[in-house]
Design a binder for this molecule. Structure first.
Ligand code: KG4
Ligand code: ZN
Length: 342
């Protein structure tokens, strides 16, 4: 079978990224230009600045990506782009770039959902085996899904309020740590002890998550202690928070594995870069005799290689977009699956 090489573009948040991916698996070239340091000055991503920086940098990122793979756009088979969900102004830069390249070089245009990209990042290391349970944990998502086949999925549950990444970022912020907070909490927790008693989120059965209670509890606790001029043991609080948050994620995954009897599990999304979460999930899967997959660290947080992976089955199914393609700031994974994949 002929090799399929896809140029993939990802600009949904604060990373300008492009990749060339062969056959949905082999990353020939990947460039990630992060704006993290700029947004850190504001304590979070400023959408207006993010889209301007994508506009400034996207041509340079394209050049670099082609150069590293010694590739020409003429020789590639398709242009794939994240069109949803994400920051609208940021997505638009990538979408417009992809449409222009597709028009000029007469290459098929493939619209990729960002969350699907996180899932397909798992195809880089090993082939996704179906059926598999998948947990996507990122700044925008906490979704539990069953992947039945490449084109068939069932959404089991998701967060009813904040995503887990958002909570990591908010807790870090109240503790005075820079953005993005996830890696900071992880670092602090390594130096701490589990000495804070925190409420466990949503104790009932079912597949949905809720993290806003835990978040508010920690924010209130910090404010109250500050008002009373009491010391906040930052490393300890980071550790106690991480234990409760990860425990809730593993508890729900365990419940889903028990209920469905599925023997494969995929962890994906930015928060899956967290070593404690990775090791707790690995332990659970080991105990339950379930095969566990998580992307290599570099492919956990936002990158275009995962978009190239997710675009491959769409290329094979000839699910191409026309030039009316537009960016969408939100897209529920369930409706995407029903609309695009069935
Ligand atoms: O997937 P991602 O790069 O962007 C979105 O699609 O949202 O995820 C970003 C999220 C942020 O909330 C960030 O704090 C979190 O992933 N994150 C982590 C770690 N690395 C990134 N959270 C916990 N531990 C980490 N090591
Ligand atoms: Zn992401």
């Amino acid at each position: 079978m002929k090799d399929v090489r896809i140029l993939a573009i990802e600009t949904s948040c604060d990373e300008t990224s492009m990749a060339i991916v062969k056959n949905g698996k082999e990353v020939e070239s990947l460039t990630i230009l992060t704006q993290m340091d700029t947004h850190a000055n504001f304590g979070g991503v400023v959408p207006e600045i993010a889209s301007r920086m994508h506009t400034e940098n996207i041509t340079m990122v394209l050049d670099e990506t082609l150069r590293k793979a010694h590739a020409k756009i003429e020789d590639l088979d398709a242009i794939a782009v994240t069109y949803a969900p994400g920051l609208l102004g940021s997505l638009l830069v990538g979408v417009e770039c992809a449409k222009t390249l597709s028009l000029v070089y007469k290459k098929p245009l493939i619209a990729v959902n960002h969350t699907m990209g996180h899932i397909y990042a798992n195809n880089i290391e090993s082939d996704i085996v179906y059926p598999t349970l998948a947990l996507i944990v990122s700044g925008g998502h906490t979704d539990l899904l069953i992947l039945k086949s490449e084109t068939e999925m069932e959404s089991l549950g998701s967060t009813i309020d904040d995503s887990i990444g958002e909570v990591y970022d908010k807790v870090a912020r109240v503790l005075g740590m820079p953005y993005p907070g996830g890696p900071q909490i992880e670092k602090a927790s390594l130096k701490g002890e589990d000495t804070y008693e925190l409420p466990h989120p949503m104790q009932e059965e079912g597949y949905n998550f809720s993290f806003s209670g835990l978040k508010s509890y920690i924010i209130n606790l910090v404010h109250n202690e500050r008002q009373r001029k009491n010391e906040i043991r930052i490393n300890d609080l980071a550790k106690s928070f991480q234990i409760v948050a990860v425990d809730e994620l593993t508890r729900k995954v365990k419940y889903a594995l028990q209920k469905t009897g599925i023997k494969n599990f995929i962890l994906a999304g930015g928060v899956s870069a967290n070593k404690y979460l990775r090791s707790e999930m690995a332990k659970l899967c080991d105990e339950m005799n379930v095969s566990f997959h998580v992307p290599n660290m570099i492919y956990c947080t936002d990158n275009a290689a995962m978009i190239g992976c997710a675009a491959y089955p769409l290329y094979q199914a000839k699910k191409f977009s026309d030039f009316t393609l537009n960016a969408k700031s939100s897209e529920d994974i369930k409706s995407y699956i029903e609309k695009e994949l069935k």
